[in-house]
Design a protein around this ligand. Structure first.
Ligand SMILES: [Zn+2]
Length: 173
């Protein structure tokens, strides 16, 4: 007998549409839009819609979305998966030339991983005053003895990334 839980549909309807920005303008907005598209993929799997991409010299080397529920793994945040992908792509755990784009501010675990991977820069859309550790609730980069600081840019594509998360949790209630 199959477990009734396993018969539930594999994909959920997401009321938000993916965006396809011009390839000609590979700026922060372009890359955060691709992270947003990953967040939509997360929603379709009934995961909290957070997405991330990592690029080096304008080339995307990783893209991932939150997968905590489907992998039953509390560490399967978009940023963690993308960091692992990027290190594999570069064959180097030091991501010192890489920029990570993510739709929501990294949590304590992910903010720590950004430092541990020597990431050059992080760009996030919306801050998280509760759990964000890249400037929202606190900033791990400001540990006095830290040997690496990640450059932080915030507020790119803020409105859309806020809407998708708010809508997801409103639907859950
Ligand atoms: Zn995280």
């Amino acid at each position: 007998m199959p477990d009734p839980e396993s018969i539930k549909p594999q994909t959920m309807e997401c009321p938000f549409q993916k965006k396809f920005p011009s390839q000609l303008n590979r700026d922060d907005f372009f890359f955060i839009t691709l992270a947003y598209n990953q967040a939509i993929e997360a929603w379709k799997l009934d995961e909290v819609p957070v997405g991330a991409v990592i690029c080096v010299d304008g080339q995307i080397i990783a893209s991932a979305h939150n997968s905590v529920e489907s992998s039953n793994d509390p560490t399967a945040h978009a940023e963690m998966i993308a960091i692992t992908q990027a290190a594999r792509a570069l064959d180097n755990w030091r991501l010192s030339e890489a920029t990570l784009y993510v739709t929501k501010e990294p949590c304590p675990m992910c903010s720590g991983a950004l430092i541990m991977s020597r990431l050059k820069r992080v760009v996030y859309a919306i801050g998280d005053p509760k759990m964000g550790c890249s400037g929202g609730a606190t900033n791990l980069n400001e540990l006095p003895q830290t040997n690496h600081r990640v450059e932080i840019t915030t507020g790119v594509m803020e409105e859309e990334c806020r809407q998708i998360i708010q809508a997801f949790f409103q639907r859950k209630r």
